[in-house]
Design a protein around this ligand. Sequence first.
Ligand code: SF4
Length: 399
Amino acid sequence: MQKTELKPSYYDQFACIGGACEDTCCAGWRIDIDKKSYQKYKNEKNPTIKDALKKNIQRNRQGQNDLQYGKFKLDADGKCTMLDEENLCTIQKTLGEKALCHTCTIYPRQNIQINQTIEKSLDTSCPEAARLILLNKNGIDFIEDKADIPTFSFNYLEQKDEIHDYFWVNRMFMIQVLQNRTHPIELRLLLIGLYMKKLESLPLKARYKQAEKLAATYLPLASDPELENIYINIEPNYIKQQQLTAYVLKNFSTSSNRFRLVAGLSFEEKDLEKTDILQNIEKFENFIHHYKIIYNDHELIQTCLENYLVNLIFANYHENNSQTVLSFFNYMMIQFVLIRLLIIGNLNKFKMNEDDIVNIIQAFSKAALHNSHYIPKCLELISLKEYSKVTQALHILKL
Ligand code: SF4
């Protein structure tokens, strides 16, 4: 059967900017080597590079599959040891693009086949991809086409008809609500949360059956002024927001210098210590109240947050055994709240032009989302046993 592909319209525009990149992907995290490339590197004959290859790659005994068979050694700054002094990849320079391993070939692309459709997206942890994703003034649009013959492998997810329909209804609903700009981004997320609460109250089978009807009922509310009244009546939970901020800024350890810089500058005021704001709830609230006026009126921040969330839904929501739309909603809300805190926390330092916003979101994506403890730890922090999971997420939405 002919496969189709679905991708954001900017997907094919992506091109790595190599040595001009402000945060090379060849640093700050483990770089996996697939088994075939590992063996090729070990047996390389080219005299310019063979010794360096032998010295700078190693087996990854903890690897879970052949894609994680080996890894590149990193230097004291966490950079790949195959980079030259201009941050250029010596494998690509000497042996050409075809010699790159699977990880280096596909990054920052994320591809998955769901039934007969190959879905292609980009990851915000790469600055160049982040610019393409976040700076779409009119919102992200998607194109569907006949699929080319794939040149590299990707994950496959098979969904039964009932689950596939449910997945599509949920995904379309979330994206349509987020791209309706009648209300600020918080109100759009609130509406998605109300839909999730309704789903949460139903047994699983009923969710599959009723999702389409529910989505059709909730969608018109995205343009309804009434949504404002619902939002006004939500109690903000600043204690949880302060705890999340303290974790992200003080207790989260990362090797990313860019993230440390963004986190280090945030929530600092002229006459106030950062620790005061992170420990004293009144000072924290005052800081948020003061800067939320600028945040609320900042059109570019709103656009970038919308695009971040739409990309996140498209790339990372897959209804399957390990993830439901409800668990995805909480995962998305945590990310939204953390990025918003980093933005608000830095509003007194940066103008929040395109470069500033891309910088914050890219640094966050690279440091936090490629770390397996980060989001679970944050979900633990907002966990309040007396509320449902969706309600917990809504408590940290209100500013
Ligand atoms: S982070 Fe992106 S632009 Fe930078 S070197 Fe890697 S792929 Fe290229």
